[in-house]
Design a binder for this molecule. Structure first.
Ligand code: SF4
Length: 311
C-alpha cells in the first residue's frame, strides 16, 4: 500500500478506490502489520478493536453506576446526569445528552484509576466512545459498523499525532480534547453516511472549534477541567458532523487546520501546557484545592524550583 502523509491524499485514494475512511485505515493497518511480521488479517485487527469496544462499554457502565476520584475532587457526575436524563431532561432527550452522559462516565472512571481505552489520551478518553455508544442507538449501527467507527477515529488520531500532536504537554488541550473531538466528528459523519470528504471536513471543523484550548489541570490532576471538557468535545464533534453532513465545508483544508493546531501548540507558553502553572490551575480556588490535597498526604508533588514562567 502506498504510504501517504496527508488527508488530501487519503481522500483521493478513497475516491479512486470507492473506499470509506474505515476501509483505508483498515488496509493501512493490515499493511503495517504485514511489514512487522504480525497477523495482518482483518479478523485479527477487528478482534483487537472489539476488545477496545468492550473496555469502553464497561467503563461507561461503571461510570454511570457512580465512581469517585482518589483525590475526591470529582465523581458521581455521570450518575447525576443519567438521573437527570431519565427523570427530567427539560431540554429534550437527544444524541447530545446521551453522548455527554457516556463521555463524563468514562472520564470519571479514568480519574478513579479505572480501566479505559485512551482515545487518543486518557484525559480525552470520553469523547470518541461517548459519541459511539450514543450513535449506535440513534443510528442503529451494527457491531461491524461500530468497529469501523473506531477504525476511522483511530486512523484520524494517528494522522493528527503524526502531523501535529496529541499531547497536552506539547500542544495544549486542543491537542487532546481537540483531537478527540476531530476524530469523533469524522467517525460520526462517516457512520451517518458521509463521504471521506465530508468526514474530514467534520474533523477540520471540530478541530478549528477548539483551536487554542489550553491545558491547565487543577492540582496537576487529570480531573478539573478535563472531565467536563470531554462533554465540550462531544458537543463540538456532533455539531461539526452535522455541519459537514449538511454540505458545509471547512474553508481551510483539513491538513492545514492540523498544521495550524501544531503551530498554535508551539506558540503556547509552557505555563499552559500541562504544567499547572497557568489558566484554571492558577486560580485562587485551584490553589486552595492544591494546598488541601497536599495536606491530606494522599497525593504528593515534587516542589517546583525557581520563579513561575511568564504567561
Ligand atoms: S486539560 Fe490538559 S490534562 Fe486535562 S484533558 Fe486537557 S490536555 Fe489533558
Amino acid at each position: 500500500m502506498r504510504r501517504v502523509t496527508t488527508f488530501a491524499q487519503i481522500i483521493r485514494t478513497c475516491e479512486e478506490e470507492n473506499w470509506k475512511l474505515a476501509d483505508y485505515f483498515l488496509y493501512q493497518e493490515m499493511d503495517w502489520r504485514q511489514r512487522e511480521g504480525e497477523d495482518s488479517s482483518p479478523e485479527a485487527i477487528l478482534e483487537k478493536m472489539e476488545i477496545n469496544l468492550q473496555v469502553m462499554e464497561s467503563a461507561a457502565k461503571e461510570g454511570i453506576g457512580g465512581v469517585q476520584s482518589y483525590s475526591g475532587l470529582t465523581g458521581y457526575d455521570a450518575t447525576r446526569l443519567n438521573a437527570y436524563r431519565s427523570e427530567k431532561a427539560p431540554l429534550g432527550k437527544s444524541i447530545y445528552l446521551d453522548a455527554i452522559v457516556n463521555a463524563i462516565a468514562i472520564n470519571e472512571v479514568n480519574a478513579s484509576m479505572g480501566l479505559i481505552c485512551a482515545t487518543p489520551t486518557a484525559g480525552s478518553c470520553g469523547v470518541v466512545p461517548g459519541i459511539l455508544l450514543a450513535a449506535r442507538e440513534h443510528l442503529k449501527l451494527t457491531r461491524r459498523q461500530q468497529l469501523d467507527f473506531l477504525i476511522t477515529s483511530g486512523g484520524c488520531g494517528l494522522m493528527i499525532g503524526n502531523l501535529a500532536s496529541i499531547s497536552g504537554a506539547e500542544g495544549g488541550c486542543q491537542a487532546e480534547i481537540g483531537s478527540a473531538s476531530g476524530m469523533a466528528a469524522a467517525a460520526l459523519a462517516e457512520a451517518a453516511g458521509g463521504t471521506p470528504q465530508a468526514s474530514t471536513n467534520a474533523l477540520a471543523i471540530a478541530l478549528k472549534g477548539l483551536l487554542g484550548l489550553v491545558c491547565d489541570p487543577v492540582a496537576s490532576l487529570v480531573e478539573v477541567p478535563c472531565i467536563k471538557r470531554n462533554a465540550t468535545g462531544v458537543v463540538n464533534a456532533i455539531a461539526s458532523a452535522e455541519m459537514a453532513l449538511a454540505g458545509m465545508q471547512s474553508r481551510i483544508p483539513t491538513d492545514e487546520v492540523i498544521s495550524a493546531m501544531h503551530s498554535v501548540g508551539q506558540l503556547m507558553p509552557s505555563a499552559l501546557r500541562e504544567t499547572a502553572l497557568g489558566g484554571l490551575a492558577l486560580t485562587p480556588t485551584a490553589r486552595r484545592y492544591t494546598r488541601e490535597l497536599k495536606q491530606t498526604g494522599k497525593i504528593t508533588w515534587k516542589e517546583r524550583k525557581g520563579p513561575l514562567p511568564s504567561i
